[in-house]
Write a protein that binds this ligand. Structure first.
Ligand SMILES: O=C(O)CCC(=O)C(=O)O
Length: 232
């Protein structure tokens, strides 16, 4: 498995804005993915995690701090996060997580003007699944079909620590250039790390949900920023 730690130096949330150095730009163009460790402070991720836990309690997916996942039993392991995402109510705190400075810096990284693809970010939650982790055999996809120019950049924020095999989104490095790359252990990058870490992904990169084989819920937030000039 490709170590997420290898995907780039710590990102900088400077008062004058987020900047990418040449190494980070080269890594993004080569692999289609860039990791910015510790970009977002905990005082932005923690309130969102708390709102999600409240929502899960309202939905009776959690009771007295324990998961109640019986009602999800008919849902495939790889569809659980999508199902929970549909049930969760939006909270304004979700809109406050991704800093404006990062969104502006995406234009530089993508080399084009990007704009939000959705009204609000999407929440990705996977409860512990009591299943063995392996590289997924199903679920690999791209969200847009455009191949010739970068169609957009998807931002993934870890709202809580996500351990390896803890349900983080998996992505095939280099698949923005060659879509048919097989998901081998060397190529597949698991979006794991600490709360506040951010992954940026060229939207041509083939990616998939993965099993959460740990005892902690996977909590991430994602938003897509689209290149208006790209056509599917
Ligand atoms: O991590 C996941 O649950 C899947 C995320 C995904 O496929 C997407 O956001 O397009």
């Amino acid at each position: 498995m490709s170590e997420a730690n290898r995907c780039g130096p710590v990102g900088l949330l400077e008062s004058q804005g987020v900047t990418f150095d040449e190494t980070q730009k080269a890594l993004f163009h080569e692999t289609g993915i860039l990791c910015l460790r510790g970009l977002i402070p905990r005082n932005r991720t923690l309130p969102v995690k708390e709102r999600i836990l409240e929502e899960l309690t309202r939905l009776r997916l959690r009771e007295n701090g324990k998961w109640q996942t019986k009602k999800l039993e008919s849902v495939s392991l790889f569809q659980v996060a999508t199902k929970i995402g549909q049930l969760l109510r939006h909270h304004p705190a979700f809109d406050e997580v991704i800093p404006g400075d990062l969104i502006r810096a995406l234009n530089v990284l993508g080399g084009c003007e990007l704009s939000a693809g959705q009204a609000h970010p999407q929440i990705l939650v996977t409860p512990p699944q009591k299943a063995a982790w392996s590289i997924p055999e199903v679920g690999w996809h791209v969200d847009v079909a455009t191949r010739d120019v970068i169609p957009g950049i998807q931002v993934f924020v870890l709202l809580d620590d996500v351990a390896p095999h803890g349900g983080g989104t998996v992505a095939i490095q280099g698949s923005h250039r060659a879509r048919d790359l097989a998901p081998t252990a060397e190529r597949v990058l698991e979006m794991s790390g600490k709360a506040g870490d951010v992954y940026l992904m060229d939207m041509r990169v083939v990616h998939a949900p993965s099993i959460n084989a740990t005892k902690n819920a996977r909590m991430m937030l994602t938003a897509r920023y689209l290149n208006g000039k790209a056509r599917s």
